[in-house]
Design a protein around this ligand. Structure first.
Ligand SMILES: O=P(O)(O)O[C@H]1O[C@H](CO)[C@@H](O)[C@H]1O
Ligand SMILES: Nc1nc2[nH]cnc2c(=O)[nH]1
Length: 232
């Protein structure tokens, strides 16, 4: 999508072998969920053990402001709930089971570690945990949709991430996720502000150093088995 570089970068980060996706495939671009999540399966075959996902998201929670960073505690995969799931079709037994559990798919230990890192980097004031929801996009939410999401417990909404996390969890990867809050989602018919992609990219640029520092320090501190890799 515009604004995403579309590159895979391999290297060492603080002594850990990493592969970094600069951009991702989105369902709203017309890609199948199979293609959207294909990189995750490639990472698995490369020996990647931990997936770190980041995204831009709109806030529905009163306490989440533009520029805040939300550690993803759980997700609601709206496309998945209506059958748009990357695991649909014959199960690939070599990757994982037919009916994978999704409870606890955002690793608790990594979430706690990220909070410690945030405190040490003096950015704890802009960090909190919350629930991310994926919607199909590409349009942003109507007011009624925003109210619905708020009522069902969504803290931040975006158009990505859940399919990759489902596929990573299916094949036994540890997952950690961050949402950068780029806008507030309007819940009132009196609001005149409306969100746009340029504004989303702008907040992304403003907070990119902080997100980079957090992820780098998290990767430095995280424990891994057999010096296997991390995908970001
Ligand atoms: O989820 P990522 O790709 O980070 O970006 C979010 O921001 C874009 C909309 O501005 C959409 O792609 C949405 O999903
Ligand atoms: N669906 C959705 N995706 C986003 N990505 C960044 N901001 C938003 C938003 O407000 N809604």
């Amino acid at each position: 999508v515009q604004g995403h570089a579309g590159r895979l970068v391999f290297g060492d980060l603080k002594g850990k072998t990493c592969v970094c996706m600069q951009g991702r495939f989105h369902m709203y671009e017309g890609h199948s969920l199979c293609k959207t999540t294909f990189p995750v399966r490639v990472f698995k075959l490369l020996g990647v053990e931990t997936l770190v996902v980041t995204n831009a998201a709109g806030s529905l929670a009163d306490g989440l402001q533009i520029g805040d960073i939300m550690i993803i505690k759980d997700h609601i995969n709206f496309p998945g709930l209506v059958g748009l799931n990357p695991l649909t079709g014959p199960n690939e037994d070599r990757f994982g089971p037919r009916f994978p559990a999704m409870s606890g798919c955002y690793h608790k230990g990594l979430r706690c570690l990220a909070m410690e890192v945030a405190k040490d980097l003096d950015v704890a004031a802009i960090m909190q945990e919350g629930v991310y929801a994926m919607v199909g996009g590409p349009n942003f939410e109507s007011i009624a949709e925003a109210r619905l999401l708020h009522r069902v417990g969504v803290d931040a909404v975006g158009m990505s991430t859940a399919p990759e996390v489902v596929v990573a969890t299916h094949c036994g990867m540890r997952v950690f996720g961050l949402s950068l809050i780029t806008n507030k989602v309007g819940k009132s018919y009196e609001d005149s502000d409306s969100v746009n992609h340029e504004g989303v990219l702008e907040v992304g640029r403003l907070r990119s150093d902080t997100v980079q520092q957090l992820v780098t320090e998290l990767i430095r501190r995280m424990e891994i088995n057999n010096n296997t890799s991390t995908a970001v």
